[in-house]
Design a protein around this ligand. Structure first.
Ligand SMILES: Cc1ncc(COP(=O)(O)O)c(C=O)c1O
Length: 399
């Protein structure tokens, strides 16, 4: 018989060290750099021409109104703010907004929606495989792994040739098994900035339908690419063609409320009844993880979207963010023949075809901080810093 003292219980101190997220490490390195002219393009937030990430005017106004009018902070339940989710429908779903087979709930940001969506997949079929493009946002694989689902890669983008590997993507998806889940970026692909065109979306959608695959669309940057409707084009085509769809949505970027964690999960099945049954499972998973989402940010977005004037003003502020992103892209693209590709991409990110050594040289010699992969945030720098950034990159490329 084992004596109590024979077994050494493991304690918290026995936990092994964790390798910290490389992007978080990069942010810390940039912060610690004393050079006043350093440029942090590793960070994943929008910055304006003066290098700040301001709170949108409409959010400030909504927050003031919230303070004045909020009568209670009593629990809202696992769905969060139901009106917030309703108000998002026309923006996200367009012509599908009134489809009763599509149901949604508020989540703690896009990450919460992704986790919840994959939890649902694991509830339906723990053996399901998730097909993930290479490269993808580095947080996708850990979220998928955390629910115990198997992952398989499909080719998406060749960084050195700066092109989407569409034929290879099609070949890989054509070999997927029925029931496999295909993770797609709705727009403004992170980390590459390379989005599918309309024909490519149509072809991918056809493969999904013919193969009996389940599309899972992650849309975290709607409005940062070509505009709210155009950025949802691929998603809406998928909704028109497929009976089963999962959507992870985020308002954190397009309302600039990052730390308030504002997002939603939508799902579509073949009938309103099946969707409501699936949603009951989603609520249960949400209860197990966070019980209910934080309210403040979604309440502010709710106020903006409910009010015609504030909503119109949000469009103006969102347009201004998109205009800056695209203007900086054009400036970088014009600076060197090898950077032309950046002008034809969308959203905040692009990947430079540079080696790790070149990334390190940019960091050490110029105080330019970007991920080892060459991913950088085109609006991570202020207007004043663009010329210096561009000439450092050109020097680096020309060796
Ligand atoms: C592709 C992608 N999906 C989802 C998210 C999650 O966003 P949130 O901050 O709302 O969790 C991000 C954030 O960087 C992202 O880049």
């Amino acid at each position: 018989m084992l004596d109590r003292t024979d077994v050494k219980a493991k304690g918290l101190a026995d936990l092994p060290p964790v390798e910290s997220d490389s992007l978080l490490q990069l942010i810390a390195l940039a912060e610690a750099d004393p050079r006043s002219d350093k440029i942090d393009v590793g960070v994943g937030v929008f910055r304006d021409g003066s290098g700040r990430t301001p709170i949108l005017q409409v959010i400030k106004q909504a927050e003031r109104r919230l303070v004045e009018t909020q009568a209670s902070k009593s629990y809202l339940g696992s769905a969060g703010d139901k009106r917030f989710t309703e108000l998002l429908r026309p923006i996200l779903l367009g012509e599908h907004a009134y489809d009763e087979r599509i149901v949604g709930l508020q989540t703690p940001g896009g990450c919460g929606a992704l986790r919840l969506g994959f939890e649902l997949i694991a509830t339906i079929n723990p053996q399901a495989r998730v097909l993930v493009g290479t490269p993808t946002w580095p947080n996708h694989p850990p979220i998928i792994r955390s629910v115990g689902l198997e992952m398989a890669a499909y080719p998406y983008y060749d960084r050195d040739r700066t092109t989407i590997l569409f034929d290879d993507m099609v070949a890989a998806l054509s070999e997927a098994r029925p029931g496999d889940v295909v993770l797609l970026h709705g727009c403004c692909h992170n980390p590459t900035g390379a989005d599918l065109n309309h024909d490519q979306w149509a072809k991918v959608t056809r493969i999904i339908v013919e193969g009996g695959l389940i599309p899972f669309v992650d849309i975290a940057y709607q409005g940062f690419g070509r505009g709210l409707n155009e950025d949802a084009h691929g998603l809406r085509g998928i909704l028109a063609a497929c009976d089963e769809v999962i959507i992870a949505q985020s308002c954190d970027k397009n309302f600039s409320v990052y730390r308030d964690r504002v997002g939603s999960l939508f799902l579509k099945t073949g009938s309103a009844e099946a969707s409501s049954r699936a949603m009951a499972h989603v609520h249960q998973r949400a209860r197990e993880m966070w019980s209910m989402p934080p309210d403040h940010g979604a309440a502010a977005v709710h106020i903006v979207l409910e009010d015609d004037e504030l909503r119109a003003q949000w469009h103006v502020e969102l347009d201004a963010m998109r205009t800056r992103i695209n203007a900086v892209r054009q400036r970088i693209a014009a600076a060197h023949p090898m950077l032309t590709f950046i002008g034809g991409q969308y959203g905040m990110f692009s990947m430079l075809p540079v080696s790790k050594e070149q990334v390190l040289r940019l960091r050490e010699n110029y105080g330019i901080y970007m991920a080892d992969s060459g991913r950088f945030n085109v609006v991570g720098m202020s207007d004043e810093q663009i010329d210096r950034f561009v000439s450092a990159i050109a020097e680096c490329i020309d060796g």
